[in-house]
Design a protein around this ligand. Sequence first.
Ligand SMILES: [Zn+2]
Length: 540
Amino acid sequence: MLCRTPWWSWLWLCLPWLPAQEAPPAPNPATPQTPAPTTTADGKFPRPELGAPAPVPEGAPPHLRLIDRDTLRNHTYWLADDARAGRYTTSKAQQETVKYITAHFQKLGLKPLGDKKGFVQSYPLLRVQLDANTALQFGEHKISANFAVFGAKDDEKLSLSGRFAWCGNGSAEQVPPNLGGRLPVVALHKPPPMAGTSGDLQAVQRYRELGKRLRSAGATVGVVCLLADHSSLGNTLNYHGLLPDHPKLRTPNGGGGSGGEGDAVPLFILPAASGRLLLAHLGVSLDQDGAPAGAQTEDKASGKLSLTVKADDKALGSNVVAVLEGKSKKAEAVVFSAHHDHIGQRLDGDAFNGADDNASGTAGLLEIAEAFAKGGDRPERSIVFLSVSGEELGLWGSDWFGEHPTWPLDKIVANVNIDMIGRAGTDPQRIDLQVTPSHLHEKFSTLVREGVQLGKHFGITWSSGDQYYHRSDHYNFAKRGVPVVFFCDGEHPDYHQVGDHPDRLDYAKMEAIARLAFWSGWLAAQQKGRPQELGAQANW
Ligand SMILES: [Zn+2]
């Protein structure tokens, strides 16, 4: 699911000034607490035992039996594996994901509905990326992987060999003057807590302030060591920075923000491990807590930083689209959608696995397709399966489909969208699910009302998900007049964090939600008329 504040919004968001001084960490209940990594000895996520699939509720289409927790789990584990590297749009791993989904649709005998009679629908993107020569060298070390760059211009090209200059925590008091020709080094140990999306914006602001301060002191570049607590300072680089195999992407019409600005230097940012190597090279000692404990003692320590950024218009985002033809009303279709992309890998190489967001919905889509294709009678209307990318960057894949529909938009009777369906509450007796447009929303429809009523077969407790009405792919159907229903478990402490691991999902609940989504779409495909708008209502 898309961030609350899209990543380019900092450009016009007015932020409070943030001191660059290190403040003692204060307890902040909103700070996500990610539990320690849970992997087995081979580095894989453990697979807890699942019970047998639930019986299909009475009166439900028999197809539902083909949607089972075991298969949902298998798909989710593949999609959320570290090898998928967080499925960043246009990355190698996202392209592998496209192949996986394509192979599944092909195996089911679905008809391709992408470009040139294939399953893949591509959309053009502008790309700003790091050249492979970008690296920091010092002593016998060359850091050319696991780093990030913040604030570089789209055509940045610099190469600087020189002595390092210790700038402490980067505060006004600790940055020395006359940094011309030097490589300034800043170390951030435990910065003040910055939580969630607003924390990301604060982190951006903080990097910007630092870049400006170094520029004022005559520097042309800065090196930042993130020694501990990556939280927002690390995570925000996936939205606002450049990492290897993680370009900044924009749509040709401008969606996606701008590059660096002239008043601040670009920052080359190291995670803890290589940051500590650099501090050792400078002779900066660390205390027991891992924080810098003194000044630079190796005054002649030098290094070389090469940074080249290049922009082109050669990148392609990709959706996978397939259709199962209906019977009596096959010209009309119900579209099931789920995004398969996520936000990539953090600068220290830890993947944002995106198990809930949105390996879960993608697994659901694959299972729903299987149930339609192999579970029994074909539906009256056709069913389109749409697996999109670019969602996390601004709902780009579904917007492209809306602008370049491979099924006529006026023949799409409904969109059922699933995004984050693996963590529907912690109470094992109850499935907590959000839905939008809710009964309080002006776009509330029979499609939503019937979906909510089906919830009683699965023990679902409903709440409004209207805060997400604009934040996932259904919106690109809704804004074009197609009735939509969006099922989502809502945000949790691992939302957009590296802890969104597949072993933290509840596959029994996921089975119920995917079955519910199938059934909702099935009704829309079978009914005589199309779903009707009801407008806001007093209750469901
Ligand atoms: Zn998301």
